[in-house]
Each structure stands twice: as C-alpha cells, then as structure tokens.
Design a binder for this molecule. Structure first.
Ligand code: OAD
Ligand code: ZN
Length: 246
C-alpha cells in the first residue's frame, strides 16, 4: 500500500510536516466545505464567512457561527486525528498545520500544532483583541467584551482577512524544512495554505497526498494515497511504529 520510497522516508525522517483540511474531520461528522453535502451548498459562504458579513449582516453571521459551534458540541476526533498524535511521538521534528477551526486535533492530543485559520471555540474582541471561550448559546445576540465593551467575533480567519503572520511564517518554515510533507483531506485551493506543499516540494521534501479525490496537488505529489484519512493514517501509524523499533 505504501511505496518503498515512502517506507524508507518514514523509517529515517526526523522532520515531518502535515497539512490538514476539512476532510480529516469528515469521518467525525463535520461537513466539508466543498463536498456534496458541503457547508457551502446549504449556506452561501460568501454571505457568511466573510468580513463583509460580519460587518453588514451581523445577525446572520452569528447565526451561522452559533450553528457551527452547536454542531461541534457532540463531535469527537476520529482514528485519523488520533493517528496524527502518534506521528507527533514518532518524529522528533513534527509540525501539524491545520486549516480546520474545529479544535479536534487539540482534543485528540496534538501539541505541535499551528491553527492557520484560527479556532471557532474562541471569540476575540474586535477592539482590544482579548480572547474569550466561545459562548455557544449566543444565538443572534452579539457578545461584548467585558474589558473594553467592544464587540466580539469568532477567532477565525474570514475571507477578506489576512492570516496571522507569525503562524503563517512558522507553517512556511515547517514546510520548507521537512523531509516528508503530508497533505491530508484538503482540496488545496485556498491560499496561502495551498502553497505549502509546493514550497515543501521545491525544498526537496517527499510530498504525500491523502485524499478521497483528485486535487490540484495530486499531479505534483510524489505519492498519492486515495482513500479516507480515518483508514489510511492508522495503518500508516502502525507501519511507522514497526519500522522505527530499533
Ligand atoms: P474542502 O471542503 O475544500 O476540501 C475537503 C477535502 O477533503 C476534499 O478534497 C475531499 O476530497 C477530501 N475528503 C473528504 N472526506 C475525506 C476523508 N474521509 N478522507 C480524506 N479526504 C477526504 O476543505 P478545505 O480544503 O479544508 O477556510 O478548505 C480550505 C478552507 O476553505 C477552509 O479552511 C475554510 C474554507 O474557506 C476559511 O474559512 C478561511
Ligand atoms: Zn475588548
């Protein structure tokens, strides 16, 4: 199932970087953005996950985020998430870069994680930037900061906003320095995250895509593993465990 080249890298590598997207949480029951039952087809994301919606259509914006938070309350990590906790143990220099805001990697136990698009379980004051745990039952009441009175907003990156610069720089560094780069469950079209595997490949890493479908990265990958992250990652974790017992 895994090529000899990949097996050799898995045995010897110390620097491994993983990029995840919505696909890794699909088996936990979180809808992906661009799939058949994707979030965006029920809700027009260009009306919702944008800075314009937050400013001009605030009630609808909050309804959407409250719905996503409520949905996440009963969701748990799956075997794909847990396998990446093992990866963190196996490789000395491991970085998990995620585009997901669902907190599932942290619940599973990963520590070396960069949340490129923020975390939906936090709010942030628009004025003073203080962070607060999200109020799930907020409904359409817009929460306010108890320090400065400013309005709160989910601590996520919206379309029309820049990513946290330091987080992006760390992710780029991890991509450029690794020996194996895994792109898992992401359509690889939303920038700047979509450029990370290319940066990695240009710097000599072995790029592996784990996805149920083709993406723009597929033809550029050194290895494509077609299938679900929840099945492939636990198998790979077992293989690494065996390979690395000296
Ligand atoms: P997408 O919904 O665009 O892509 C999900 C990918 O996961 C697709 O390529 C699917 O084929 C794949 N997939 C689905 N189920 C899978 C499974 N069980 N195992 C493996 N792969 C599976 O989600 P993202 O690429 O994460 O950003 O989207 C990127 C960004 O677009 C999101 O972070 C979000 C959105 O705009 C912001 O909101 C800023
Ligand atoms: Zn404030």
């Amino acid at each position: 199932m895994f090529s000899n080249k990949l097996l050799a890298r898995l045995r010897d590598a110390s620097a491994v970087t993983v990029l995840t997207g919505a696909g890794i949480s699909a088996e936990s029951g979180v809808p992906t953005f661009r799939g058949k039952d994707g979030l965006w087809q029920n809700y027009k994301v260009e009306e919702l996950a944008t800075i314009q919606a937050l400013q001009k259509n605030t009630q609808l914006f909050w309804q959407f985020y409250s719905w996503r938070r409520t949905m996440l309350q009963n969701i748990k990590p799956n075997l794909g998430h847990y396998a990446l906790v093992d990866f963190e143990r196996y490789f000395k220099d491991f970085t998990l870069v995620t585009q997901n805001v669902d907190n599932l990697h942290i619940t599973a136990g990963n520590k070396k994680i960069i949340e490129l698009h923020g975390n939906i379980l936090r709010d942030r004051c628009s004025k003073c930037n203080t962070l607060f745990p999200a109020v799930t039952s907020a409904g359409t009441d817009i929460p306010h900061c108890n320090k400065c009175g400013g309005t709160l907003r989910p601590d996520v990156v919206l379309f029309g906003e820049n990513l946290n610069e330091a987080a992006l720089r760390r992710a780029q560094h991890a991509a450029a320095e690794c020996e194996i780069f895994f792109s898992i469950g992401t359509s690889t079209i939303v920038e700047p995250a979509a450029s990370l595997p290319f940066l990695s490949k240009a710097n000599g890493a072995y790029v592996v895509e784990i996805n149920e479908e083709d993406t723009p990265l597929s033809v550029h990958s050194n290895e494509i593993l077609r299938g679900s992250a929840g099945k492939i990652l636990p198998q790979m974790a077992m293989v690494i465990e065996k390979l690395r017992i000296k």
